[in-house]
Design a protein around this ligand. Structure first.
Ligand code: AMP
Length: 111
């Protein structure tokens, strides 16, 4: 599969469609999931175009990987769910339940 810049998250990054932003920096954008499965349901995406977690782990630079996971931590700090806890979910591929082919991590909490 080749990365398509027509996926929904690519369009959010290009500001062609809106999102409810939680946090943005040089490496990541985090925003509310449009169809929340928990009280808090936030997605974190890297700014660079990676299809899924395998592509990201294999091809992202160390700087991008560190920047991404720091962005996840900064997002959970902003959501104030560090102490009470949360779930992280990643879908990879159609069989793995992935619908949007721009790598993303789901943060879920009923805190
Ligand atoms: P996944 O199944 O891991 O690919 O998850 C894709 C997620 O993106 C789903 O939880 C959708 O509800 C969410 N989603 C789809 N379109 C949007 C959108 N425009 N803004 C925010 N979240 C979205």
């Amino acid at each position: 599969m080749i990365y398509s810049d027509q996926n929904i998250f690519a369009k959010i990054l290009k500001k062609e469609i809106p999102c409810e932003k939680i946090l943005e920096n040089n490496f990541i954008l985090s925003f509310n999931d449009i169809s929340p499965k928990a009280k808090i349901h936030v997605l974190v995406i890297p700014k660079s175009p990676y299809i899924d977690i395998y592509d990201f782990n294999k091809n992202a630079s160390k700087e991008e990987i560190v920047g991404f996971w720091n962005g996840v931590n900064e997002t959970i700090e902003k959501l104030q769910i560090v102490d009470n806890g949360f779930q992280l979910k990643v879908h990879k591929g159609e069989t793995g339940g992935q619908e949007v082919f721009h790598f993303h991590v789901h943060i879920l909490s009923n805190d």
